[in-house]
Design a protein around this ligand. Structure first.
Ligand SMILES: Cc1cc2nc3c(=O)[nH]c(=O)nc-3n(C[C@H](O)[C@H](O)[C@H](O)COP(=O)(O)OP(=O)(O)OC[C@H]3O[C@@H](n4cnc5c(N)ncnc54)[C@H](O)[C@@H]3O)c2cc1C
Length: 426
């Protein structure tokens, strides 16, 4: 892997997501050699993936080169590789470009899409976890519009213009709102040969309300905003089968649709090699103590979505969102240096900064610890928080101008089919 030998302890980080980069930034420039490994050469700001899918932003506004994050830090190296397994007895990892020894290993591999064993959805549904997947969705939506514009068959056109989103969490709600904006503002202008009323957006949620992890207030408001935008919300509805054409649910609801977007769940993305007891099976997450040390190991740590730290306040682990990943990464950055220097470590305590979701172009819901609000001001807060959280000044500026332009012009600038999506069997 061409990493120079050094007298400094080597810290290997697997994954340049929120946890990995915040840990790397804290520990870089200290008396350690840092090697960050990721199978992509960029960090993905997943909260805004839905805007790439719905033609609101280009992918380079929400992705950031990992080498650029490390560029000013001495003793740091980036390698583009997939980590395949860990050999904890030899303090060694196997990757797609060779093996590497470590003194300390930090696993921050996040999650992957969970289809809950439904092969039909895995085969025909559209996941939205990575930039290429978001681009696939964007292409498919626009290709469907193009196809619908040239078809005379009413049923075929209906299936092309029926968009089914599964999962009423923040991702599903935000995506449904953004696709509704396409229907309300882009379709009438760009596709004058189509009737906007022919396009339907369905949001299917298995639980009793959308945004189940937020307050009842937020759920009610979000459902109201979605309905105003024309999104058809169905709660207590599970998808049983999807063959690429027809969606079957647990209820009598059946939908003809060429597009099913799967935003209904994730599961941990562990690396092979650690003992079975280190993993909590049901969640596929590493069991860690309050210092993020993986159970049974002194020199292996897990951070963010892939870790599960059971505390009195969070008996099932922290929520799999950005803040725990960022906070754990920052704390471990300080703790690892203390560990190397033989000093006492600080326990992790999660500071919950609240949760939020946006619905369409000027509405959002926000839950803070002591109060909650919804509507235009909430949307403003949502925008500010997301802009500030984006990695890189350039990305912030680009996203800010894009949002401003889109808001004033009721437009979505990125509606380009750059890389056509080919459906299975086509
Ligand atoms: C569509 C979507 C929307 C979201 N919206 C929000 C939101 O609005 N607010 C919020 O707080 N959270 C949101 N989240 C959740 C949030 O993005 C995650 O909680 C956060 O990214 C977790 O950070 P992490 O560092 O643990 O993992 P990730 O950010 O997922 O990073 C994992 C990294 O590990 C790399 N990797 C994985 N396996 C390997 C391997 N074997 N070898 C090499 N590299 C590997 C991956 O390429 C990736 O770069 C959303 C998630 C998704 C998918």
């Amino acid at each position: 892997m061409n990493i120079p030998e050094s007298s400094l302890p080597r810290v290997v980080i697997i994954g340049g997501g929120f946890a990995g980069i915040n840990f790397a930034r804290k520990i870089a420039n200290k008396n350690v050699q840092v090697v960050l490994i990721d199978k992509r050469n960029y960090h993905t700001f997943q909260p805004l993936l839905y805007q790439v899918s719905s033609a609101g932003l280009e992918p380079d506004s929400i992705a950031y080169p990992l080498r650029k994050i490390l560029k000013n830090h001495k003793n740091t190296f980036f390698r583009l590789a997939e980590v395949e397994s860990i050999n904890s007895e030899k303090n060694n990892i196997k990757t797609s470009i060779g093996n590497l020894d470590y003194d300390y290993l930090v696993i921050a591999t996040g999650t992957k899409t969970n289809y809950f064993g439904n092969e039909s959805i895995e085969t025909h549904g559209m996941p939205m976890k990575k930039v290429p997947q978001a681009l696939n969705i964007r292409s498919l939506i626009l290709q469907n519009f193009e196809q619908a514009a040239i078809t005379n068959d009413k049923e075929t056109r209906k299936a092309l213009l029926n968009f089914v989103i599964v999962g009423g969490g923040p991702t599903g709600v935000e995506l449904a709102g953004a696709i509704a904006e396409l229907k309300n503002h882009i379709l009438p202008r760009d596709y004058r040969d189509l009737i906007p009323e022919d396009m339907q957006i369905y949001l299917l949620e298995g639980g009793a309300r959308v945004l189940p992890t937020m307050s009842e207030h937020a759920s009610k408001k979000a459902a109201k905003f979605l309905s105003k935008l024309g999104v058809l919300v169905h709660c207590n509805t599970f998808v049983k089968n999807y063959d690429g054409k027809k969606v079957l649910t647990n209820l009598s609801l059946e939908l003809q649709s060429e597009t099913l977007i799967w935003a209904a769940g994730v599961t941990g993305n562990p690396v092979k090699g650690l003992q079975a007891e280190a993993l909590i099976d049901r969640a596929n997450r590493y069991k860690v103590n309050e210092y993020n040390q993986v159970e049974g190991y002194n020199t292996i740590f897990a951070l963010g979505d892939i870790s599960l730290m059971q505390t009195d306040a969070y008996p099932n682990g922290h929520p799999q969102v950005a803040q725990p990943a960022i906070q754990q990464g920052e704390l471990l950055g300080k703790n690892l240096i203390k560990l190397i220097e033989g000093k006492p470590l600080k326990k992790f305590k999660y500071k919950d900064k609240g949760s939020m979701a946006t619905v369409g172009r000027n509405k959002a819901v926000v839950d803070l610890k002591h109060f909650r609000f919804a509507g235009f001001f909430a949307w403003f807060v949502w925008m500010f928080v997301h802009l500030m959280a984006l990695v890189g000044f350039r990305n912030r500026v680009i996203v800010f101008f894009n949002w401003g332009y889109n808001y004033i012009n009721f437009d979505k600038a990125a509606r380009l089919i750059i890389r056509p999506f080919r459906k299975l069997n086509q």
